[in-house]
Each structure stands twice: as structure tokens, then as C-alpha cells.
Design a protein around this ligand. Structure first.
Ligand SMILES: O=C(O)CCC(=O)C(=O)O
Ligand SMILES: [Fe+2]
Length: 314
């Protein structure tokens, strides 16, 4: 059944006809069965486990995120704080500056023991220990998304941002709130993890490589711009889907849900059509025995900063 609501992605209505849109497949039926989970992950390129986390634990993190936004004067005090309604005129442009966004994400993540506990101890860690069948490691950097009204995230695969270590690296996406389609959440392009041949060129790229012999090299080396290419596969989720095939899959996420996906699975997010913020985190887990991408570990990860840049002649 197509949803009653209008789903918007990059300003245009998403085609929710049955052949182009669907619900994420639930994997809670195989939750305690690592072998079945691995098979499912290979088949689908993702695992969607509704109600995996304790709602109270997730709600505690939501309160911490809201506290930070309130502190920064971004919330409308005329509404209940928990609704997280954006204040009219509050300027969110700092979130599109990679350096400032990283600073903000870091201040939220490091300032919330509840977030640290939820993401880096307990259920999620045990899940990956069972899933990989060995000791695991996580990235130390936590992506905290505070998405105001407007466009969602452009279509991409995570490998171009974090592909210097294990190929078995997994992303965990967690919503902090019950998300209507109007608020928007993550979408996965069905079967996209099986399109590696077609996407070969894209999947081999790394946003922190730059061409030493091109005009932009000086500006990257001096830190004036973070990159020439920011890792986006396509700025148009509609034509991308039509081109690659498969359906856009998503759902109205509930607090407690967990979505896991791989480095080569194409994903994007719906636009936020409301005045409320959409909160989520994305974090990363891998087998401890495999190499790890050095950009994202340590007390102050270099991330996409200058120390991460690698020059090439091209
Ligand atoms: O939450 C979003 O809008 C994007 C998240 C994402 O790209 C990820 O989890 O890897
Ligand atoms: Fe991503």
C-alpha cells in the first residue's frame, strides 16, 4: 500500500508507486541468529531491526541533543522543548560548513554520556560481536545529524568517506524520535550493493584524495576548501533511481529502531517538510582484527581535515 503522506526528496515528490518505492524489510525475525543476519545483509545490503534499542535510552539521548540546540538558541520556546521546533530565523548555515558541523557534532557526542553508552556499549556492541563472531572496534567519531526544515542528504555510499580500512565496516543509523514521512529519515536504494560493477569508478574514490597537478590543489593544501568533490553520487534521487533501478526503501522510523548498512549501499534521506528537527546518529563498527581508517579514530580524529589529504598526480 502506498503511503498516504507526500514524501519529498530534494524538493520533488517521491514516486511512491509500488514499482518504485517500498518499505524496508524487517530483520527482527532473525535478530538472535548471526548466520541468518549475515545472509540477510548479503541479500539486502542492510538490516532493519525495529525496536532493537530501549526507547528510554534513546529518549535520554534525544533530550541531550535538544539541550544542546536550546543552548545554541535554535529552538522555538513557544513550543514544548521535546517537540524540537526550529526557531523562526534561527541560522543553520553553520551545519553546512564541514568544520563547524564537525565541531557541533563533537560537542553533542562528547557531552552526552547517554549517547556514548547507547552507541558504544551494551546492545549494539554485543550485536556486532555476535555478527562478526570476534572482537570488534568502532570509529571514535560520531556523526550527529540535526536536520532542520529543508533538503535531506544527497545519495551516496559511505565508502568514499571511510574506505581506508576494513571492507566489512558497517554503519549504524539510529533515529532519536518517531519520524513521520514529513520529518523524513534514511532511504536505501534497493539492491544497490549489488551494482558494484556499474559503480566501480564511484566506489573507488576517496574524498580526501586530491590532484596535485590541478588548479584546486593549492586551495585544498592550504585548508581554504575541504575538497573539490564532496562524495555525492547524485544530487537527484529521482533520476538516480530511474537510472539504476530498484525501489527507494524507507519507513516511518520509531525510537528504538536500528538500521545497519554496508559501505557500498546507496542511501539518501527524505527532506524535512516540518519545522521540527530530525535527529539521528550514524556510527561505525568493524572486526577488531581488520585494518581501520585512521581518519576516524583517537581522541580528536582528523576526519576530512588537512592531515587526511593525500596528493595524487591525475
Ligand atoms: O541521516 C542522514 O541524513 C544521512 C546519514 C548517512 O549518510 C549515514 O548514516 O551514512
Ligand atoms: Fe552515509
Amino acid at each position: 500500500m502506498p503511503p498516504n503522506s507526500t514524501l519529498i526528496a530534494k524538493g520533488d515528490r517521491l514516486d511512491t508507486s509500488e514499482s518504485n518505492f517500498g518499505q524496508l524489510r524487517r530483520s527482527d525475525d532473525v535478530r538472535g541468529d548471526p548466520a541468518a543476519l549475515r545472509t540477510r545483509f548479503e541479500e539486502d545490503g542492510y538490516l532493519f531491526i525495529p525496536g532493537f534499542l530501549d526507547r528510554a535510552d534513546v529518549a535520554a539521548v534525544r533530550r541531550d541533543i535538544i539541550g544542546k540546540l536550546a543552548e545554541k538558541g535554535l529552538l522555538d520556546a513557544a513550543h514544548p522543548l521535546d517537540d524540537a521546533v526550529k526557531k523562526e530565523g534561527a541560522d543553520l548555515r553553520f551545519l553546512s560548513d564541514p568544520r563547524l558541523a564537525v565541531e557541533f557534532m563533537t560537542s553533542i557526542a562528547k557531552g552526552s554520556p547517554a549517547l556514548q553508552r547507547l552507541l558504544y556499549s551494551g546492545r549494539i556492541i554485543r550485536f556486532f560481536e555476535d555478527y562478526f563472531g570476534e572482537g570488534i572496534r568502532h570509529f571514535d567519531f560520531t556523526w550527529v545529524r540535526t536536520m532542520g526544515p529543508g533538503f535531506g542528504t544527497d545519495s551516496h555510499c559511505d565508502i568514499v568517506y571511510m574506505g581506508r580500512g576494513s571492507s566489512r565496516l558497517c554503519t549504524v543509523w539510529v533515529p532519536y524520535g518517531d519520524l513521520s514521512y514529513e520529518v523524513g529519515g534514511l532511504m536505501i536504494l534497493e539492491g544497490s550493493h549489488r551494482q558494484q560493477e556499474r559503480l566501480r569508478n564511484y566506489l573507488s574514490r576517496d574524498v580526501d584524495l586530491y590532484c596535485e597537478n590541478r588548479p584546486e590543489a593549492q586551495r585544498i593544501k592550504s585548508g581554504e576548501i575541504p575538497w573539490k568533490w564532496g562524495g555525492v553520487l547524485s544530487t537527484n534521487p529521482h533520476t538516480l533511481r530511474a537510472h539504476l533501478g530498484g525501489r527507494w526503501l524507507t519507513t516511518e522510523y520509531r525510537m528504538g529502531d536500528m538500521l545497519v548498512f554496508g559501505m557500498k549501499t546507496i542511501h539518501a534521506s527524505l527532506d524535512n517538510q516540518t519545522r521540527r528537527f530530525r535527529f539521528s546518529t550514524d556510527t561505525r563498527y568493524q572486526p577488531a582484527s581488520e585494518p581501520i581508517d585512521g581518519r576516524w579514530i583517537g581522541e580528536n580524529p582528523v576526519g576530512h581535515g588537512l592531515a587526511a589529504k593525500r596528493a595524487m598526480v591525475c
